[in-house]
Design a protein around this ligand. Structure first.
Ligand SMILES: [Zn+2]
Length: 266
């Protein structure tokens, strides 16, 4: 039996999974993925994530939130709709939310407003937050720090930043999500060094599938999927110089504590 691992960020409502989701879930379980948290990135997308989780109790949960790319659609009714969605038992975190000044698909003032309101919702619901930051570290940390004391837990998902950024997040008592970016020989090499300084109780793993296919999987898969979390786990364990079983145990325990999850024992 492969060690039990938890994919804390997987976009299973993405159209690329529409045709073969049962097979994708089957391969994930065979690879040791005991639970997956389906990322909500818009109001309709979060709704679909919740329905998907409701259809697979014990295996799937969901987050509910609006990605900074979608912040331009954040209107007066959005906070209430998101709050209602967040009451569903499948929702374990608010997000993904944050700032993305890399692509700037939404105007920055819209991104900032949408982010702050979701942090507020996380504070009032007591749910942890699932955070996205790309090329926006200073502004992101400024907004997060204002709210941090009232938030329970916060994970910076798909961390790809610098050493100074990592330590700023750890100082803010954030958890860190590591994806297959660490397998990228062009732009992920620095992560192999940095993951060594993440305390085990702060480190979780994710695929962010169907995006970010680990570049060193052979033969190259046509798309990323949660079964490849086992590959990410091996890469992170190798970088940290620890057995994959130890990394699996600590990241799974950390994810269970963060999301308030209890894995079904079988
Ligand atoms: Zn993201």
């Amino acid at each position: 039996m492969p060690p039990a691992i938890i994919d804390i960020g997987v976009n299973l409502t993405h159209r690329s999974f529409a045709a073969d989701l049962p097979a994708v879930l089957g391969r994930a379980q065979a690879a040791g993925v005991a639970h997956m948290v389906v990322t909500g990135t818009s109001l309709p997308g979060s709704s679909r994530a919740v329905e998907l989780a409701a259809a697979h109790p014990g295996l799937l949960s969901a987050t509910a939130g609006v990605h900074p790319h979608d912040a331009k659609h954040w209107d007066a009714g959005a906070p209430q709709r998101l709050a209602t969605l967040a009451e569903r038992p499948q929702v374990l975190a608010i997000g993904e939310c944050g700032l993305d000044f890399d692509r700037d698909f939404s105007p920055r003032p819209d991104q900032e407003r949408c982010f702050a309101v979701q942090l507020e919702l996380a504070a009032t619901t007591g749910l942890p937050v699932f955070l996205h930051e790309r090329k926006a570290h200073a502004r992101f940390v400024g907004i997060l720090a204002e709210h941090r004391a009232r938030l329970c837990d916060a994970v910076v998902h798909c961390f790809t930043g610098t050493k100074a950024e990592l330590h700023r997040y750890l100082d803010l008592d954030c958890h860190i999500g590591i994806t297959g970016w660490i397998c990228d020989e062009r732009r992920g090499l620095h992560l192999r060094e940095l993951v060594r300084s993440i305390p085990p109780g702060r480190l979780m793993i994710e695929t962010d599938a169907p995006f970010l296919t680990p570049r060193d999987v052979r033969p190259a898969p046509r798309r990323n999927e949660p079964a490849l979390l086992a590959h990410v786990a091996r890469a992170v364990a190798a970088a940290r110089g620890e057995p994959v079983e130890a990394l699996a145990d600590s990241s799974t325990a950390t994810a269970c504590a963060f999301f308030g999850l209890r894995l079904a024992t079988g």
